[in-house]
Design a protein around this ligand. Structure first.
Ligand SMILES: Cc1cc2nc3c(=O)[nH]c(=O)nc-3n(C[C@H](O)[C@H](O)[C@H](O)COP(=O)(O)OP(=O)(O)OC[C@H]3O[C@@H](n4cnc5c(N)ncnc54)[C@H](O)[C@@H]3O)c2cc1C
Length: 559
């Protein structure tokens, strides 16, 4: 059996794991970075790569005001009793430091995601711009041999990775063709590819080389596995049992093991056991099966935020080479000429609300019927919508694909999707009347700055950017299901990312970060980048803490 000795072991190479590894290496630790998949980057590499790091220094540079108190007020106003104030404070206090530290100590380069508000900007302390950052384009040639070993999603016209453009957020609408061609030629990538590419480069520069195809399976105590499950019920975590391409081996860690293995959304049993309502689709990498959660549970970890996920509405679409895949519908819901209805043929929420909040509408139970009445739902739109915006890579005059249901009139559409004809006709009529009057008194779509920011930018941030009649035939419908970007629940931690046991005591040597950790955010999504922001912060905190322990072998003082 191979033996590996490290100061710090990190499991998982998403943004949380890469940040933990980078910070630990910068702290002088010898880092073992292990990844279950054959490529590096996890869901983070598929993502938009935006990070919500409030009170960051770029806000001041652009003249936006922000403060610790405002961020705290904002977040705690969204808690509904689920957020732990000390963890929230640790996040808020460390977020600006993480943004600055990464820029000063690694190839990470951020710029402000302009025009993007917090997801509840009207809440006290909410902001209309500044807290969301994204990485500048990153030339993948800088990764050398690693350029081909970063996880990529599906591509349409060579431009789209998942539902985000790998050529940078402003593509393809606002960037001239020649500039897009130049980016392709130089393999300059934006979004999650830039974030992962830059973090990975930072790790490689510091001698941290990811070992792929290596799945952490159990935690070790005293350098040895105790029984099938590893450590049971306490004791210092000193390493990990790993299944690698050449067989199993054990790796030891003097400072600690950081679980950054993503969520448990691809494990049906865990989903059923913990989540608060239906989850039909997960748009994360399939390797996120709750391995970190199971490892932590075996050693007696307390759990937090288990009922929650980063909810998102999804439709099923066909992508060449991938088959039928779940596609998250975000701007697709917020643009004009589209509404969502349930199987009763009625609207049930503000379609332009932020995707995470929308999950609550899918989880409503009608008590007399004892049924999830809004799930699954339908996205209903007209020809005007399809011609102007297209849908998930489809655009007329290409023939309507079979995952979109088409009908010449609303009554026929209702028949085809099996909702009551009169109800759907009445819903569309009422919607069109409200649109003509300029507002949505039923669900206040467009009243929040958020809705207008996610609308069609051609309407300059007005209600018309999201309100538009559904009145130009033919009409279309697509099934919408509750999905997730990843679950939020996992081992409960302290403010340094150290995992706590069921008695509230620290399990020495065990850390968690990213979606593997019991989230600091409760049921909330603070703003664009609201999942990756906390992932970076707690990756940073745990990497630093574990490295300090290993290097000094002294107890670390709390900040
Ligand atoms: C299309 C899309 C766009 C998104 N855009 C954004 C955005 O702009 N901003 C934002 O904040 N969020 C966004 N998200 C959500 C975000 O991508 C995830 O919440 C985030 O990437 C989670 O990061 P992570 O590091 O915790 O997990 P991941 O990035 O999923 O990484 C976990 C890694 O751990 C590995 N792993 C699992 N088990 C083991 C094991 N036993 N041993 C070793 N390795 C293991 C996995 O293979 C994986 O590589 C988006 C998601 C999608 C799908």
């Amino acid at each position: 059996m191979q033996e590996h000795g490290y100061d710090v072991i990190v499991l998982g190479t998403g943004a949380a794991g890469l940040t933990a590894a980078l910070r630990a290496a910068a702290g002088g630790a010898r880092v073992g970075l292990f990844e279950k998949a054959d490529t590096v980057g996890g869901t983070s590499a598929w993502s938009g790569g935006t990070v919500w790091l409030p009170n960051n220094r770029h806000e001041a540079e652009l003249g936006f005001s922000d403060s610790r108190e405002e961020v705290l007020t904002y977040l705690m106003s969204l808690s509904h009793g689920l957020m732990e104030q000390p963890l929230v404070e640790a996040y808020v206090d460390t977020a600006p430091e993480v943004a600055a530290w990464l820029e000063d100590n690694s190839p990470v380069e951020f710029e402000t995601l302009r025009g993007m508000s917090d997801y509840h900007p009207e809440h006290p302390g909410g902001k209309q711009e500044g807290r969301s950052l994204e990485c500048t384009l990153f030339p993948f040639a800088d990764l050398g041999d690693w350029a081909d070993r970063v996880t990529v999603g599906w591509q349409i016209n060579g431009e789209i990775t998942m539902s985000e453009s790998s050529l940078g957020r402003k593509a393809p609408g606002g960037v001239p063709r020649e500039e897009l061609d130049r980016r392709k030629l130089r393999d300059e990538r934006g979004a999650g590819q830039a974030l992962v590419g830059r973090l990975l480069k930072g790790c490689l520069d510091r001698g941290v080389v990811p070992q792929v195809g290596c799945r952490g399976v159990r935690l070790l105590a005293g350098g040895r596995a105790t029984g099938v499950g590893g450590v049971t019920g306490g004791g210092r975590v000193t390493g990990v049992g790993i299944e690698g391409p050449d067989g199993p081996f054990e790796a030891s860690a003097r400072g600690g093991v950081v679980l950054a293995t993503g969520g448990f959304e691809h494990d049906e049993r865990l989903v059923r056991a913990f989540l608060r309502g239906p989850l039909a689709r997960a748009v994360s990498v399939p390797t996120n099966t709750g391995d970190g959660l199971r490892m932590a549970m075996r050693v007696g970890a307390d759990l937090a935020d288990m009922r929650e996920a980063w909810w998102v509405a999804t439709i099923d679409v066909d992508v060449a080479g991938w088959g039928r895949v779940p596609w998250q519908v975000n701007t697709e819901r917020t643009r004009p000429h589209t509404i969502m209805v349930n199987d009763d043929g009625v609207r049930f929420t503000n379609e332009a609300a932020n995707y995470n909040a929308l999950g609550n509408a899918f989880h409503v139970v009608d008590v007399p019927r004892f049924a999830y009445v809004n799930h699954p739902a339908w996205l209903v739109f007209d020809q005007h919508y399809l011609s102007r915006y297209g849908l998930a890579g489809h655009r007329p005059p290409a023939p309507t694909p079979d995952w979109i249901i088409e009908a010449p009139a609303i009554a026929e559409l209702a028949g085809r999707i099996g909702v009551p004809v009169l109800a759907l006709q009445a819903t569309v009529e009422r919607w069109n009347g409200n649109v003509a009057a300029g507002s949505d008194p039923d669900f206040r779509r467009g009243d929040s700055h958020h809705d207008r920011a996610w609308g069609d930018p051609a309407f300059g941030g007005t209600h018309q950017g999201t309100l538009g009649p559904v009145d130009s035939p033919p009409y279309y419908a697509v099934r919408v299901r509750c999905g997730t970007l990843g679950t939020k629940g996992g081992p409960r931690t302290d403010t340094q990312g150290r995992v706590l046991d069921v008695d509230g005591d620290v399990i020495e040597g065990l850390y968690a970060a990213g979606n593997a950790m019991g989230s600091v955010m409760g049921m909330t999504y603070g703003g664009h980048g609201g999942t990756l922001g906390p992932g970076l912060v707690f990756g940073y905190l745990s990497g630093r803490h574990a490295a300090t322990l290993a290097v000094t072998s002294q107890p670390v003082r709390k900040p």
